[in-house]
Design a protein around this ligand. Sequence first.
Ligand code: ADP
Length: 478
Amino acid sequence: MRVLFASSEVYPFAKSGGLADVSFGLPKALSQKCDVDIIMPLYGFIDKKRYHILSTGRVFTVAWGRKSYELEIFQATYEGIVCYFVYTPVLSCKKSLYGTASRGYVDNDLRFGLFCKGVLAWMQQGDTSYDTLHLNDWQTALCALWAKEEKRDLSVVYTIHNLAYQGVFEKESLKRLGLDPKRYDHMESMEFYGNISFMKAGIAYADAVTTVSPGYAKEILTPRFGAGLEGFLQRHQKKLTGILNGIDLSHFSPLSDTALVANYESESYEKKALNKEAFIREQGLPEGAKPLLIFIGRFTWQKGIDLLVSALSQIAPMDINIAVLGDGETQYHQKIAKLSRQHKNIDVVYGYDESRAHRMYAAADFLLMPSLFEPCGLNQLIGMHYGLIPIVHYVGGLKDSVHPVEEFDAKNAIGYGIGFEEPDAKAFVEAVKKALKLYRRKDAFETICRHNMRCDFSWSSGAQAYEALYRSLKKVDQ
Ligand code: ADP
């Protein structure tokens, strides 16, 4: 079976969040079972020299109305996986992937429409032997529509990583992208409250739709989490499943992570303390035997950042250290930076820093994840693998992957943490208090940390589930 995995971001070439981790980790795990290549945009900021990205010499032309665009396909091999890249100036010339935290680039419809055309051109004229196309989020969704138009013997899987980002554009987009409004500007297609939604094209035209945890697959059928698509998703419910994400253990490994001061595993958990000491010193946080709580993530309402801000002022007077790393909406950074000036045990860094994130996972005792909704969440999986205990709002993938410490059973290969049901600051602070109580019971605390490190958060069962799905859809050689 040959699979082409299309994504707008893939680690290590370009990353804005968990999608990039999944878009390399999953194909890598799948490559043990089937033949899988990756395809993504060739953004101008990707270091072509470093990754040996070279042109395949194949150029395709897309003509929409009076405009025509040339798409060139590049190629590299990374950790044994073949990655293709679509280059065209409109798509590639921007400084970042999608725009700023508050506003996407105005021509994102054209940019990612062209990317989708590049993916299909590669499958039709570059390498015609793929039988499955795996799409991820709205940036790739038009591939499903165009693949259907061409009625190829191709199975299309569409994965929703976050329903909050749908790729919504004005209706004029249809014409710009050579799409007939009569065919696509209606409720069962791309029409979305007077605009058009790329996400809807993925859901409507793919053979199977997946999302990144079983919990989120159920939640998005309800008005609270469906982002206006709950009714549409209900009508496509038969082809919707949830498969829990995993992490690439060679990228996230406390035993071999080169960013750490000291490497460790569950048997040598005590060495984790060296990372904490070094981090506390480096940040100038108060020293002493206090727990370190961290938050890593995008500064946006989805991540429960308002809850974090109001909880911080209540928990700061406790005997703890707090370190925050994130980027996104600067108003949130300003609020946390103000708290940091008032409390010397709060450290905040604005920016995206992979190495720093790894050092924080290794240093911390607890990870704060008060997300209002969370399709899967990778931070809690990474954090548990690095031997910490997550404190989470029980929602989506957090509920599926973090089990309450009250039910701790060392025989179960599941991760444990502390959760709260209602997304309010009071419940969040109570959960932190519970965590600190656990921290004082050193033996119990360490037993759970070591246990979390031994759990299997790899891609192995996720990849198996995707492979079974691909096989169930295969339209040729059944
Ligand atoms: P998202 O909703 O942002 O995709 P996930 O939990 O699925 O969230 O994945 C987040 C990934 O991005 C993790 O690998 C996490 O460590 C990383 N990450 C998030 N913010 C930052 C940051 N500011 N610096 C470094 N890594 C970050």
